[in-house]
Design a protein around this ligand. Structure first.
Ligand code: COA
Length: 257
């Protein structure tokens, strides 16, 4: 697929996926969602890539939401279908990814933009970023997991406040309520992400794959998270990473994963 709205760079085990529609503040249109799906599928299979970073070009916006122009003529059935498609192809797909995904939030993350950041496993915010869930100002609600992931991340009361007011909050406030893992000056965003990724990459990828699945299982109402953890824990014992990790410890050397 020839990418029109994304730019990809792979450097030292990190894949940087940059949404590149700065004139529209990187709003998510159907083309961008299709491209994101395509890229996520190929990076998931790429053994050279250990961590995926989702970010955007420009210094104004991460993603200013779903593309409002594309929403204008939708019927209730179309709206529900859009939500199902978006979740399957991008938002739930990221949450259930087999390697860690970090959102590097370089500016506005509104509505679907914040939902995209929340679907990622970790979030690094530039301290100039502004985030919010303004859907009700458009007569809508979030449709890409926002009503579920925001309360999971910040608690129900704080989530309700953000969802009902639709007001934007600062990166500092996002950090205080647990929405951002790290905040930093915009110029340090890349190096902060690299630092976080380096701390992840030193550990066992096969164990991290099991870990991501076990944590996700606990948020799935159909699944017993504790049983999923037991299964994932058991599976680790059959991996090369386990052999290497234990041998390295016993021989007082660093593991090579
Ligand atoms: N969908 C489609 N286009 C969008 C967009 C969105 N979610 N957000 C911004 N844009 C477009 C604007 O229409 C404008 O395009 P134009 O130059 O062709 O008119 C361009 O991006 C720049 O946006 P603009 O509003 O002029 O920038 P601003 O600095 O004045 O305001 C925001 C920035 C983020 C406050 C404002 O763009 C905004 O409120 N966007 C919508 C946020 C939203 O409700 N998201 C949830 C969607 S469900």
């Amino acid at each position: 697929m020839k990418l029109k709205t994304l730019t990809i760079k792979i450097q030292k085990k990190l894949a940087w996926v940059m949404i590149n529609r700065p004139k529209k503040l990187n709003a998510l249109n159907s083309e961008t969602l299709a491209e994101l799906h395509h890229v996520l599928v190929s990076l998931e299979e790429d053994n050279k890539v250990r961590v995926v970073v989702l970010t955007a070009t420009g210094d104004t916006a991460f993603v200013a939401g779903a593309d409002i122009r594309e929403l204008a003529d939708l019927t209730p059935t179309d709206g529900a279908a859009l939500s199902v498609q978006g979740n399957q192809k991008v938002f739930d797909y990221i949450e259930h990814y087999n390697k860690p995904v970090i959102a590097a939030v370089n500016g506005y993350a509104l509505g679907g933009g914040l939902e995209l950041a929340m679907a990622c496993h970790l979030r690094v915010f530039a301290n100039t970023a502004k985030v919010g869930m303004p859907e009700t100002s458009l007569g809508l609600i979030p449709g890409y997991g926002g009503t579920q992931r925001l309360p999971q991340l910040v608690g129900r009361g704080r989530a309700m406040e953000l969802l009902l007011t639709g007001d934007m909050i600062s990166a500092q406030r996002a950090y205080e309520i647990g929405l951002a893992n790290v905040i930093c000056p915009p110029a340090a965003l890349k190096s902060k992400v690299q630092e976080l990724a380096a701390a992840i990459v030193k550990n066992a990828p096969e164990a991290q794959q099991q870990l991501l699945a076990a944590v996700c299982a606990g948020f799935d109402s159909q699944t017993d998270g504790y049983a999923a953890e037991t299964e994932a824990f058991g599976a680790c014992f059959g991996t090369d990473n386990f052999v290497e990790g234990i041998q390295a410890f016993l021989h007082r050397r660093k593991p090579k994963f």
